[in-house]
Ligand binder design. Structure first.
Ligand code: CP
Length: 306
């Protein structure tokens, strides 16, 4: 089934049918990446540029692998080795890359709205790989895929997103996607890190992590984004860890069978103890593996439709 969207800019407004189609298509690609030869000819002849204006480990490598496994020609752009360092504008950079005849652009940028802007100045299919504190739709999709893989369904699953909600593009994409798929979404964190509008998105708010653990099936634990000045929103890292950090004692005290996700990179010993980050409750590396399959599905579905 073709998607009703032309670009993947966010999960806000993406239909249940489109999300279902992406997740179901990803199941097929998840099987492909377990094969000895992990490659299909689906996007042969297509060219995809990974336009990363912000650092990334998981998302950039995952997109690059997904593109290669679909047999697309995959190019990586990084600011530090480009003519951006000589003052070339974003618009000129994109227009020059497009003049080389590319088909799709995967973009990560520190400013919210850049993927939307790209749809106006470019003729390529655009995929948002994270724009500022706005959205990170493929992370939301891979999180949903990982929950569905582990629990069998999304409808009615109680998912709490824990931590720095205000600075998190992962939180918004999870809220939009999970709500559309019928999950019951909540957030938990210090009041200073929960935006006032959040209840308007249909989510419950917890300020006490023990209450959140008891009431939910899944915790999606976010990284404290120290590079976005998150440190100014609580008195000390030690205090954050004490009130919101997830460790074995806290899990045992409350509810042992909660599923733990984390988008990475982890601040070990802050939002998750090392024991929990490597322990039996978490599916963090499964998320990373599933991310390749989900990105293959998005690239395939958008790249093969007009
Ligand atoms: N989860 C995520 O977006 O990680 P990277 O910043 O390493 O891509």
């Amino acid at each position: 089934m073709a998607l009703s969207i032309k670009h993947l800019l966010g999960l806000d407004g993406v239909s249940r049918e489109d999300i279902q189609e992406i997740l179901d298509t990803a199941v097929t690609f998840r099987e492909v990446i377990e094969r000895p030869i992990k490659k299909v000819p689906t996007l042969q002849g297509k060219t995809v540029v990974n336009l990363f204006y912000e650092n990334s480990t998981r998302t950039r490598i995952s997109f690059e692998l997904a593109e290669r496994r679909l047999s697309a020609d995959s190019l990586n752009f990084s600011v530090s080795t480009s003519s951006v360092t000589k003052g070339e504008s974003f618009k000129d950079t994109v227009r020059n890359i497009e003049a080389m005849k590319v088909d799709m652009i995967v973009v990560r940028h520190a400013s919210a709205g850049v993927p939307q802007y790209l749809t106006r100045i470019s003729g390529s299919k655009i995929i948002n790989a994270g724009d500022g504190t706005h959205e990170h739709p493929t992370q939301g999709l891979l999180d949903m895929y990982s929950i569905r893989e582990k629990l069998g369904h999304l409808e009615g699953v109680r998912v709490c997103i824990v931590g720095d909600i205000s600075h998190s593009r992962v939180a918004l994409s999870n809220i939009y996607g999970l709500t559309t798929m019928g999950a019951k979404v909540s957030v938990c964190g210090p009041a200073t890190m929960i935006p006032p509008f959040i209840k308007e998105l249909g989510v419950d708010v917890y300020y006490n992590i023990d209450d959140a653990i008891q009431a939910n099936d899944v915790l999606n634990v976010l990284r404290i984004q120290l590079e976005r000045k998150a440190r100014e929103y609580f008195p000390s890292i030690r205090e954050y860890q004490k009130f919101y950090g997830i460790d074995t004692q806290r899990l045992e005290k409350n509810k042992k069978d909660v599923l733990i996700l984390h988008p990475g990179p982890i601040n070990r010993g802050v939002e998750l103890s090392a024991e929990v980050a490597d322990g039996e409750h978490q599916v963090i590396l499964d998320q990373v593996t599933n991310g390749v399959a989900v990105r293959m599905a998005v690239l395939f579905l958008l790249g093969t439709q007009n």
